[in-house]
Write a protein that binds this ligand. Sequence first.
Ligand SMILES: [Zn+2]
Length: 387
Amino acid sequence: MLARGARVLAGPSLEDVEADVRVTGGSFSEVGPDLRAAPGEEVLDCSGMLAVPGLVNAHTHVGDSVAKGISDGLTVEGAVHPAYGAKRRVLSGTPPALLEGMMRSACRLMLSKGVTAFADFREGGLEGARMLRRAASGIPIRCLVFGRLEHYPGPGGGPLDGARRAELAALLAECDGIGISGANENPDPVLEEYGATGRAAIHAAESAQSVAASLERTGRGEVERALLARPLFLVHMVHAGPGDLGAARAARGIVACPRSNAALGAGAPDIRAMSDAGCTVALGTDNVMVNSPDMFREMDYASRSAEAAGRPVPARDVLRMATVNGARVLGTRGGQISPGADADMVLLDARSLELAPVHDPYEAVVHRATDSSVRAVVAGGRVVHGA
Ligand SMILES: [Zn+2]
């Protein structure tokens, strides 16, 4: 397929170029001016379009899609604590078929909003992970499942018992990784066992309370303990200090979820400090019960709240967080329009009421675009939405 005539934000730096884009199989194969169509090649007229990489939602919990809005006014603990939060009650009290159907709806919704890949921390052990795989099956969105043992002994205690170790092995066989609720729910030996898998990711320093609880109960920082799990990435890091951010460079990156943090009264992640510390920053929308899984909203909020805090981040960098960096943190081949990358892209109508005239494409995508400016979504080399 040859997508012709778009204004393309190309390559890992999202360079603003007029270019044609060739897709071969599921990957981009060529990006350049005036590419000639091969005999029989499908040509997609993209004049007037702004082509951006498929958005990467690097942290979700689609399992609570059935509980939209119930967390309003609750704190982090009250809403999403894995053992006694409102979410736990909803998940355990909802028929599985309904949960699965709502997860499927969340996948479809994300695709319509230009999200072509997402990583979910899925509760419910092996069956929970399988439920998400079933929900996402047949939907052309890349779904990375980070499964979880429903085991929250707290920071005291010993290693996993045999049954849990077997469940962990089963999760690893079927999941992309392990999504740990947090260091405070686990003793050191368990965090180290997760670390030995090389495929863990973990929530860390989400709230001031979780950081204080770690110090009080273990005498050590929450991020320091979270790093025992040798995570691929850390999620939140709202209350991470400079030393924590330096140590976090050992991971692929940090996934910030600024709207979720705001909604749950947890504070505001300093995405500029994270970047300045040398961490790769990605963005995620977190719990669907708290927020719509909408990366346009997440980018806009991340950008504006950084400005409000006097810690501005260029719109181009925010868009990188939602694309290039997300793929880097998750270890996928997507997130950019470059030869060899997964052919995932969003075609925005630059002539739409929302966007025209586009003086600055980064500002347009981050601050103005919504799903109403999405003309088409290409995933795995096929037009899967719109056109
Ligand atoms: Zn989360």
